[in-house]
Design a protein around this ligand. Structure first.
Ligand SMILES: Nc1ncnc2c1ncn2[C@@H]1O[C@H](COP(=O)(O)OP(=O)(O)OP(=O)(O)O)[C@@H](O)[C@H]1O
Length: 232
């Protein structure tokens, strides 16, 4: 089956370089590749650049050196339309689900905004929303609630559900369960695995937790002292 890979080729990130400063090199010559349906687990000590690497792969930040390739196209050379398509296909999800939704809007309204943005015809909204809720294991009742009326686990499920409406090929999961209770963490991880099997999505999973990395990953990378060591 044809699959679109996401590949970092010798990327480096330096913050704060200028006329008077060499800046701070967060990581250098990092290379790895992932494919749909696979999970690349990214771990390492705090402050070593895992989130920065995630943002660079997602195209939110540019690498200082090196190239990120999607479907063999370099992100830095993509035309605007292709880049916009890439940004839709490669999503990033953050640790704290409470900030993921507008606190003044009911969940149904936030979901509606995404469907509208995607130009999904009104007639399909109910079925798309229902399908998404089934995938993330929540009932339609959550649509009438405000974010403050939901648990962290429910909000994280909905954050994933909202991303799934965009039909991504890859999701960068930045500490997706570390703000949650241990029992809820396990449920979310199982759900992520089921979603991956069902939709053949590739994950880059950033976590401090070795048990989470072991449970989820096909390949794992340790980012330490600016270097990525890939462990198959
Ligand atoms: N926009 C920025 N400008 C300057 N320095 C930055 C910026 N973003 C991150 N950094 C620095 O880059 C380094 C790596 O940060 P990053 O958040 O990527 O690490 P991390 O491994 O994800 O950490 P943690 O595990 O604690 O979340 C840190 O020293 C951080 O202060």
């Amino acid at each position: 089956m044809f699959s679109i890979s996401l590949r970092a080729d010798s990327i480096s990130k330096i913050y704060g370089a200028g006329l008077l400063s060499e800046g701070r090199c967060v990581f250098q010559n990092v290379s790895f590749e992932i494919r749909p349906g696979e999970t690349f687990g990214l771990t390492g000590p705090s402050g070593e650049g895992k989130s920065t690497l995630g943002r660079v792969i997602a195209g939110i930040e540019k690498p200082t050196y090196g190239t990120v390739y999607y479907e063999d196209s370099s992100l830095s050379e993509m035309k605007k339309t292709k880049y916009m398509a890439f940004r839709r296909k490669v999503q990033i999800m953050f640790q704290d689900p409470t900030g993921a939704f507008n606190p003044r809007k009911r969940i149904g309204s936030s979901v509606f905004d995404v469907l509208k943005l995607l130009k999904i015809p009104n007639i399909e909204h109910a079925s798309k929303t229902k399908e998404m809720l089934i995938t993330i294991g929540l009932s339609e009742e959550v649509l009438s609630r405000y974010p403050s009326q939901l648990s962290g686990g429910q909000l994280q499920r909905l954050a994933i559900g909202r991303i799934l409406l965009l039909e991504p090929e890859y999701i960068i999961l930045d500490e997706p369960t570390s703000a949650l209770d241990v029992s809820v963490q396990a449920q979310i991880l199982h759900m992520l695995k089921n979603v991956q099997t069902e939709k053949n999505i590739g994950y880059i999973l950033i976590s401090h937790d070795q048990a989470v990395i072991r449970f989820m990953s096909d390949t794992c990378g340790l980012l330490e002292s600016g270097q990525l060591r890939v462990i198959e």
